[in-house]
Design a protein around this ligand. Sequence first.
Ligand code: PMP
Length: 396
Amino acid sequence: MSMPALMPVYPRCGVRPVRGEGVYLYGEDGTRYLDFAAGIAVNALGHGHPGLTKAIADQAATLMHVSNLYGSPQGEHLAQRLVDATFADTVFFTNSGAEAVECAIKTARRYHFANGNPQRHKLITFRNAFHGRTLGAISATDQPKMRDGFEPLLPGFAYTAFNDLDAALALIDDETAGFLVEPIQGEGGLATATPEFLQGLRKACDAHGLMLVLDEVQAGYGRTGKFFAHEHYGITPDIMAVAKGIGGGFPLGACLATAEAAKGMVFGTHGSTYGGNPLAMAAGEAVLDVLLEDGFLDHVAAMGERLRSRLEQMIPNHDHLFTEVRGKGLMLGLKLKTDSRRFVGFLRDEHQLLTVSAGENVVRVLPPLVIDESHIEEFTQKLSAAARVYVPAADD
Ligand code: PMP
């Protein structure tokens, strides 16, 4: 049986970017693409950002890796900056979003264990959620296409409808550890938590001594125009998983927690060879420098408003194809009346626009956070031109 050298778990696609510059990617043949996918919300600073690339190069030449056994001044510094800027008191660095979610699940379980309630191990999670591809993360995800054939999965998850507070509260029992929820479901098609839902989960956690665990891997780190999406809701989590934008393209994630929530995570309970290594920390510092610059998050919010209103203006002209705009800031979704994977392929191959599909009929628009008005104009003009000539397949 022939099997490609690279395990074929991803589709093959005509575009093979070999170089990036700012908001553009270049294919092998030199074709230029406007990148409104940003590596699925990863390249927050676009491609080839001078501060980020220099920080990585300088750190690589100084010290690329050293074991956490020797402590980590670089990790301590970035963790302190994140603690100063968020609800959290402590940070564990990971190499990916799924690992950040794993650490968040473990932290929630250990909290109840440390309190003498080891039976409180179950997390209530939500339909159409996505938390990553490790066994713990797929156990937290109620999606057969990600779970089939990987059973038996980790026990201790209960699933219910997103944005249905009563249904979520009805699942709380003596074994419940807390809730694991994305403020905005990215892979799930840009469904946005209502204020009543997220605030209601927070209240329930306070009332029952449960952990509110937020997965802000996709929605966090400036993407919605605030540092973290939960800031739109006036609540804070106990534990939060972060990744994607935090490294700007360098594989980096983090699990943030309050001191109370992390009380079980004592010496020897968790670890990672690479987590928080000096090179990753240099990338993280360079991204954070830009994100926390005066006015940067306001820029993201302003660009998000502009892009949203331009997309909304397009709907009446293309109402055979588009139905609504979803999401917040620069985490937007355009809902289609047709299959979004095919339309995303058409935008890429015929109009040199990179976007990402979510669910069956949402086009995710996730540009680098450093875009300006000219990129929004270019995007909406090309999208409009594409929509004018697009012919959905009969079975879409
Ligand atoms: N959580 C969410 C909300 C995500 O969007 C993703 C990635 N799309 C993950 C977790 C997993 O992150 P990673 O692929 O880095 O493991």
